[in-house]
Ligand binder design. Structure first.
Ligand SMILES: *[C@@H]1O[C@H](CO)[C@@H](O)[C@H](O)[C@H]1NC(C)=O
Ligand SMILES: *[C@@H]1O[C@H](CO)[C@@H](O)[C@H](O)[C@H]1NC(C)=O
Ligand SMILES: *[C@@H]1O[C@H](CO)[C@@H](O)[C@H](O)[C@H]1NC(C)=O
Length: 379
């Protein structure tokens, strides 16, 4: 009894679930019609002698990293390419008025246009669709992260400008098969800074572009080059590197006012030098390192270090000289006193010795041995 009841319920449930055969949607029908005879490995032209023109466009979104050591730049760009596929044409009237559809990018022909300076694909998300309209115009937009090889000029760091280029070309197809063109006007691309994240270290100046054909192995290849011109914002480095360094130098100069005799000045100078060394060790990460030319700021730091060393050496020499001369003067004055007492013949010499004693007293009124003559302490 229970079992038959259950079976009855189940059959009702099944009957509800099995749908009547659905009518294909217009979208589905159109996709099937377009792709039924499509071969995604064949360049989509009716006459093989005609070339396919790829219109490309580039919007610079951000500059993530500029690495002097590996001579590379990491950027995020929004890349757009538009071309005409002569096989993806339909009449919107026949398909419910559909004028545009998205198709899987694996199912249709995609040009092999790449950036020739790339050294790393980066982390680009893959977009699985392209957009096609009824006249066969295919839109392929995708965000890309590209790591570019770029010859960086670090000499003027942190006041440097960089010029890195992105050259788009078909890696295999000659200009007879694939030609390139710009989607927007060159001026519009050059001055488009709407999407650029302008709060970072780099300021976008412009992105000029040009088209030309290169000749390789008896074949002409079309290529479009975008030059990304960026300028570094130096404030961070001025505040973090230059100003502290200049402060340390100032303190070092002021330390000449410290009394020389007590040895504090040398100790002070050594601690400044030590401080500067620590500062330099911290700084090695921040400085761009290029093998070819040292940035000017590196030379500046080396000169600062050299000046600190020199001022330390000078102080040491002056202390040495002072002790030496103090001893000499003392010996000399003792002998002069002796001469004064026991000799009556050397009148002239005694006079001069007396003068020198007086001078010594004049310079050093307290008569203490530890005080240095004034002109020495400017050392
Ligand atoms: C292809 O185009 C060329 C010139 O554009 C023309 O001479 C040639 O006849 C065409 N071939 C076919 C098969 O239509
Ligand atoms: C398809 O797109 C191209 C370029 O975006 C445009 O020129 C053309 O008019 C469009 N065709 C239709 C039927 O909308
Ligand atoms: C940037 O470099 C390219 C070639 O690499 C050069 O043609 C262009 O003139 C340079 N632009 C500037 C502003 O230096």
């Amino acid at each position: 009894m229970d079992v038959t009841w259950l079976m009855l319920l189940f059959s009702v449930y099944l009957a509800e679930c099995v749908p009547e055969k659905p009518k294909r949607s217009a979208l589905n029908q159109l996709t099937r019609t377009l792709l039924r005879t499509y071969d995604c490995g064949v360049r989509p032209v009716h006459n093989w002698t005609s070339h396919t023109t790829i219109h490309i466009d580039l919007i610079l979104q951000s500059v993530l990293d500029v690495d002097g050591k590996t001579q590379s730049m990491t950027t995020n760009i929004w890349y757009r390419q538009v071309w005409t596929d002569e096989f993806l044409v339909w009449d919107p009237e026949e398909f419910d008025g559909i004028t545009e559809i998205s198709l899987s990018s694996d199912a249709i022909w995609i040009p092999d246009v790449i950036v020739s300076e790339f050294v790393d694909e980066g982390k680009s998300p893959s977009i699985p669709y392209v957009y096609v309209n009824s006249s066969g115009s295919v839109k392929n937009n995708r965000p890309m992260q590209v790591v570019l090889a770029c010859s960086l000029e670090m000499y003027a760091f942190p006041f440097d400008k960089q010029n890195c280029s992105l050259t788009f070309r078909s890696w295999l197809h000659s200009v007879k098969e694939i030609d390139l063109a710009l989607l927007r006007s060159a001026e519009a691309i050059a001055n488009d800074q709407k999407e650029f994240m302008n709060d970072g270290e780099w300021e976008l100046l412009s992105v000029p572009s040009r088209y030309w054909q290169i000749h390789q192995d008896d074949t002409d290849y079309a290529q479009i080059q975008f030059n990304v011109l960026i300028r570094r914002r130096p404030l961070l480095y001025v505040v973090g590197l230059l100003i502290p360094s200049i402060f340390l130098m100032l303190v070092d100069v002021i330390s000449f006012y410290l009394p020389l005799n007590s040895g504090t000045r040398i100790a002070f100078k050594i601690s400044i030098l030590l401080g500067y060394t620590v500062f330099r060790v911290n700084l090695t990460d921040e400085l761009p390192s290029t093998a070819v030319r040292t940035p000017l700021i590196g030379v500046f730091f080396a000169v600062c270090m050299a000046m600190l060393m020199l001022s330390l050496i000078k102080s040491i020499l002056v202390v040495k000289l002072l002790h030496h001369s103090e001893k000499e003067v003392k010996q000399f004055s003792v002998s002069a006193c002796l001469l004064d007492k026991y000799s009556s013949a050397g009148q002239e010499f005694t006079e001069s010795a007396l003068t020198s004693l007086k001078t010594l007293e004049f310079i050093n009124p307290s008569g203490g041995e530890t005080h240095a003559p004034k002109f020495m302490s400017q050392g």
